[in-house]
Design a protein around this ligand. Structure first.
Ligand code: HPA
Length: 243
């Protein structure tokens, strides 16, 4: 049976249309979860919502306890995770306001607790990460997003943040083959794989990456795009559930 969780990103403090029926603080061996797990009904299915930046927001990307978050979801019987990520667009075709389903990742983060493998006698976590997202969940999300024009496939760069990139860094990401850039996609995706969770990311392009646009990147314009895109993301997840 599918048990779905939604991981809320920047500006997505709630899933439009989720009626919360239970709120739970989960303790984990890895420390505190970003926020309480919110369980509720969404389009007729029981789903869990977790805001990875805390609620109210208190955790920048490098301070998020990704291990605690994924462990708590697994522990609560979650099988599938749709992660919402705000990103900057690098590929010229990926403009603010668009939704993208990435299919690959390049990880530029450092110093984050990135694995459940603590050594010792447990088997090593040499997970196959060739396809970092669940192909089945991506496919289901693609079908669900027909009405919203979601772009199928992109390489997501994950940078350390919280600052945005320099123009030269973005040029390097583009040379590396990255199409979008965000700050929270890793180690989340890898930990989900280690935990045996089917995981996919639905990215909201909220700005043109540094040095590629003709105006400075402002929080105000990012917020404007987030408002529209988070409503569109909720519609996609609704269609995913309706199947
Ligand atoms: N870079 C990194 N992370 C981001 C961006 C960006 O331009 N926009 C939203 N998250």
């Amino acid at each position: 049976m599918t048990r779905l969780a939604i991981l809320g990103g920047t500006g997505v403090d709630a899933l439009d249309g989720l009626t919360v029926t239970a709120v739970e603080r989960v303790e984990t061996p890895f420390g505190a979860v970003s926020a309480d797990l919110e369980t509720g009904q969404f389009c007729g299915l029981e789903v869990v919502f977790l805001q990875r930046h805390g609620k109210p927001r208190s955790l920048p990307p490098h301070r998020i306890n990704y291990r605690a978050n994924l462990w708590a979801l697994k522990q609560r019987g979650i099988t599938h995770v749709v992660a919402l990520n705000a990103v900057g667009g690098i590929h010229a075709s990926l403009r603010p306001g668009m939704l993208v389903l990435p299919d690959q990742i390049i990880d530029y983060t450092w110093g984050r607790s990135h694995t459940f493998d603590e050594g010792g006698e447990a088997p090593p976590m040499h997970i196959d990460f060739t396809e970092p997202y669940s192909p089945e969940l991506r496919q289901a999300l693609m079908l669900a997003s027909a009405g919203e024009g979601v772009v199928d496939g992109a390489v997501m760069a994950v940078t350390q943040g919280p600052r945005l990139e320099t123009a030269a860094e973005v040029r390097r990401l583009r040379r590396d083959g990255c199409d979008v850039v965000g700050m929270t996609g890793m180690p989340e995706a890898a930990l989900a794989r280690e935990a045996g969770l089917a995981y996919a990311s639905l990215c909201m392009v909220v700005n043109t990456a540094a040095g590629l646009g003709d105006a400075p990147i402002t929080l105000d314009s990012i917020r404007q795009h987030l408002r529209a895109s988070s409503a569109a993301s909720a519609r996609v997840i609704g269609e995913l559930i309706r199947g």
